[in-house]
Write a protein that binds this ligand. Structure first.
Ligand SMILES: [Cu+2]
Length: 441
C-alpha cells in the first residue's frame, strides 16, 4: 500500500476507526482465564490441566511458588502433550482420555509458557500460561483490571499498520526472456531473519529473501524456466501446487527428482497449459520448510468474472490481492508473512472490485471473515465457477485456494480476520491473522 493510500483517511481517523473496531469486537473475549481445579496439599500445589483441540485449559493459572504438580488429561480426540520449555519438562504423547502427573519440582516466581509440542498444535491455539508467585504481576492479563485491558488493546490497535522490515509476495519480473520466448526466473532459497511483527525477528526460510516468496505470474502458452538455487543449510526442492506440469517437474524428491542439496541448483522448465491459481512451495521436510516461509503465489492467466456478477456491476477487477495464510513454524499465525499489527491494510474506493486469492500454507483451516463487503467465490483451486457462491466467512483448508471478489460498498474501516478467535484476538488485543479493508468514497 502506498503512502498516498494511507493518507486517504489520515492517520488520526484511521487510528480512531481501528480503536472503535477493538471495542466492537470486545464482546468476543472469553473468560477461560478463571482458575479452577487447583489445590494445595502438604505444600504441593496441584493443578488440573486439560488438553483438547485447540486449547489448553485453563488458559492462565496463578499459583504460589513452591512444589507444583500438574494433573494433565487429554480430553480431546487427537494425541497431545504438554510441555513447559522454560522448565525442561514435558509429558509423554497422551492418547485421547489418557492422563499423566507432571512434576515440576520447586518452581520459582515467574511466568511460564505451556504448549502442546505436536507440530502445528501450539499455533492452532494450544498454549497457556502458568503464573507462579509474583510472576503473575509481570505482564499477565490475569492481573489486569478491565481498564488496563482496554488500554493494552488500544495500544496494540494504534500501532496498526506497523512498519516492519521486508515485504513479500510482490510480482517477480523475469530475469530474461529468451529468443524462443521462454520466461526465465531466478529463485533462491536461503535462511533469513524475518520480522513477523514489530521487533520480532524469526529464523525463516525464504525464496529470494522474502515471505511469501515473490509472485510468479505467466500466461497460458508461456514456457517458463526457473533457475533454482538452494543456499540453505538443508536440502529442499520446489513443488508447483495446483499447476499442471510434467511428472519430472513435480518436485517430489526422491521420486521425481533428487533433492537439491545445500549449494546445489536445479532447473525447472515447463509449458503453462492451463489457467491456474497455484503456489510454489517446498516438498522436502515440508512441515518445517513451508510454515517457516518457503511458499509463494504462482498464477497463470486470469480467473473470469461470472456473468451473474457482471450483471451486478462487477465489470472489472481494480485490485488483485494474494492472501497467504500461515499458522505454524517460526512465522506462526500470519497473513502474507506478517502478524497484526504488521499486516498490510487494503484500500478500495466505493464501487471498486478487489479480487483476492486465498492460499492456506498452514497446518489447520482458517475461516477468513471480512466484516464488509460480502465476498463472492468465483474460483476454487483455480477452477472458475459458472455460478459464484457468497461468503462473508470462507473456510480455507491447508492447500486450498479460493478466488473471491469483494466490491467496496459502504465507507469505513472493515476488519478482516480469521474467525478462529484464538488466531485473532486475546485479552491483550488483536494479533496474528487480522488486517482491514478500508473503503473510501
Ligand atoms: Cu485461523
Amino acid at each position: 500500500m502506498s503512502r498516498a493510500d494511507r493518507s486517504v483517511l489520515g492517520w488520526g481517523a484511521f487510528a480512531v476507526a481501528i480503536a472503535a473496531l477493538v471495542l466492537a469486537i470486545f464482546g468476543l473475549q472469553d473468560d477461560s482465564s478463571a482458575s479452577g481445579g487447583e489445590s494445595e496439599a502438604g505444600g504441593v500445589t496441584e493443578v488440573d490441566v486439560s488438553l483438547s483441540e485447540w486449547q489448553i485449559g485453563p488458559i492462565m493459572t496463578e499459583i504460589p511458588a513452591g512444589e507444583v504438580v500438574l494433573n494433565v488429561t487429554n480430553d480431546g480426540t487427537m494425541v497431545h502433550n504438554l510441555s513447559i520449555p522454560a522448565l525442561g519438562v514435558k509429558t509423554a504423547d497422551l492418547q485421547p482420555g489418557q492422563s499423566e502427573q507432571l512434576e515440576l519440582g520447586n518452581v520459582t516466581d515467574n511466568q511460564y509458557d505451556m504448549l502442546c509440542e505436536i507440530a502445528g498444535h501450539a499455533a492452532s491455539g494450544m498454549t497457556a500460561q502458568l503464573m507462579v508467585g509474583s510472576g503473575g504481576d509481570m505482564t499477565g492479563a490475569g492481573s489486569m483490571d478491565w481498564q488496563e485491558m482496554d488500554r493494552v488493546m488500544e495500544d496494540v490497535a494504534l500501532e496498526y499498520p506497523a512498519k516492519t522490515e521486508g515485504i513479500g509476495g510482490k510480482l517477480m519480473e523475469p530475469t530474461e526472456v529468451t529468443a524462443d520466448g521462454t520466461k526465465v526466473f531466478d529463485v533462491t532459497a536461503s535462511n533469513v531473519q524475518w520480522e513477523v511483527e514489530p521487533g520480532k525477528f524469526v529464523d525463516a526460510m525464504a525464496y529470494n529473501g522474502v515471505v511469501p516468496g515473490p509472485e510468479i505470474h505467466i500466461e497460458v502458452g508461456d514456457r517458463i524456466r526457473i533457475n533454482f538455487k538452494n543456499e540453505m543449510d538443508e536440502s529442499t526442492d520446489i513443488h508447483f501446487h495446483g499447476i499442471r506440469v510434467p511428472n519430472n517437474m513435480d518436485g517430489v524428491d526422491p521420486y521425481t527428482q533428487a533433492a537439491v542439496a545445500p549449494g546445489e541448483s536445479f532447473v525447472y522448465e515447463f509449458d503453462a497449459l492451463e489457467p491456474a491459481v497455484g503456489i510454489y512451495h517446498s516438498h522436502h521436510n515440508a512441515q518445517e520448510q513451508i510454515p517457516n516461509g518457503l511458499f509463494g503465489a504462482f498464477t497463470i492467466g486470469e480467473m473470469p468474472i461470472p456473468e451473474y456478477l457482471q450483471d451486478k456491476g462487477y465489470t472489472k477487477v481494480d485490485k488483485k490481492v494474494n492472501m497467504v495464510l500461515n499458522d505454524a513454524g517460526t512465522i506462526g499465525l500470519s497473513l502474507n508473512g506478517k502478524s497484526f499489527p504488521a499486516t498490510e491494510p487494503y484500500t478500495l474506493r466505493k464501487g471498486e472490485v478487489m479480487m483476492v486469492n486465498y492460499f492456506n500454507e498452514g497446518l489447520t483451516a482458517h475461516p477468513m471473515h471480512l466484516h464488509q463487503p460480502m465476498g463472492w467465490i468465483v474460483a476454487k483451486d483455480g477452477q472458475p465457477l459458472d455460478f459464484p457462491m457468497p461468503g462473508d466467512t470462507i473456510n480455507i483448508a491447508p492447500g486450498e485456494r479460493y478466488t473471491v471478489l469483494y466490491k467496496g460498498t459502504d465507507v469505513g474501516v472493515w476488519a478482516w480476520h480469521c474467525h478462529i478467535l484464538t488466531h485473532a484476538e486475546s485479552s491483550t488485543g488483536m494479533f496474528g491473522m487480522v488486517t482491514a479493508v478500508i473503503v473510501t468514497q
